[in-house]
Design a binder for this molecule. Structure first.
Ligand code: C5P
Length: 223
């Protein structure tokens, strides 16, 4: 394997309702993060996995994941971007392809990890998995009035894992000023071309109680 996967898992999960850090919420009788790591570790290209955990849970997360796969666990930060930077700093010398994968996309299949890694290996500096947008999308103002309609055909919903040549991700994080919600956004600011590959419906981000219910159903009927 020539790939390291960074898994930011330090989010509070406020939108899922009360119950502690999101990555440790139960899905099909196991913490969400266990599902995520099991699928990442099943991808043949993956050599190294670094998880950014809530600072108070680093030991517990390591104990939880050790039976699943060999992982490094580091304390995450207050923002996702800080958690990714902390995980990136812990990657040993070796892997030249780095994937960044939300812990909350617990059912992203190993095949998606492989296809993103393969696109970087084939020469892309930055790769994101995307799906078409099915709903019509409007831009609205702060009062809820419509400002305009965006052409849906040009829009994509972006998932993780996102893949990067190591030097490109390191440069993006080194020069990061504003906080962004994904790593490709930082790379775009450097003027690096970002390549799209097909995403996977099972890679949905488990954010709200409805998503958790969908994920429970998908577990009963695997990809
Ligand atoms: O909040 P959001 O859904 O965008 O979080 C995406 C991922 O980033 C989750 O896996 C979450 O655990 C992680 N995260 C983190 N550190 C934070 C905030 C979010 O690792 N401070």
């Amino acid at each position: 394997g020539d790939v390291a996967v960074l898994v930011p898992a330090a989010g509070a999960g406020v939108r899922l309702g009360a119950g502690g850090p999101k990555a440790l919420r139960q899905l099909g009788g196991e913490p969400m993060l266990v599902h995520t790591i099991r699928r990442v570790a099943a991808a043949p290209s993956v050599r190294t996995i670094v998880v950014a955990a809530p600072p108070l849970d680093v030991e517990a997360v390591h104990a939880l994941l050790a039976p699943v796969a060999p992982v490094l666990v580091v304390p995450g930060g207050a923002e996702r971007q800080e958690s990714v930077a902390a995980a990136l700093a812990a990657v040993p010398v070796g892997p030249e392809i780095i994937l960044v994968h939300d812990a909350a996309r617990a059912l992203a299949p190993p095949s998606l990890v492989e296809s993103v890694a393969a696109a970087v290996r084939a020469g892309s500096d930055a790769v994101i998995p995307v799906l078409p947008v099915v709903d019509t999308v409007k831009e609205v103002d702060g009062d809820g009035f419509v400002l305009g309609t965006v052409d849906r055909a040009t829009l994509r919903a972006v998932q993780t894992p996102q893949g990067f040549r190591r030097s490109v991700l390191a440069a993006a994080h080194a020069s990061a000023a504003a906080s962004l919600t994904d790593d490709a956004g930082l790379v775009e600011k450097l003027g690096v071309r970002v390549t799209c590959v097909p995403g996977h419906e099972h890679a949905l981000k488990i954010t709200r109680p409805f998503d958790l219910a969908i994920a429970e159903l998908l577990l009963e009927r695997p990809a």
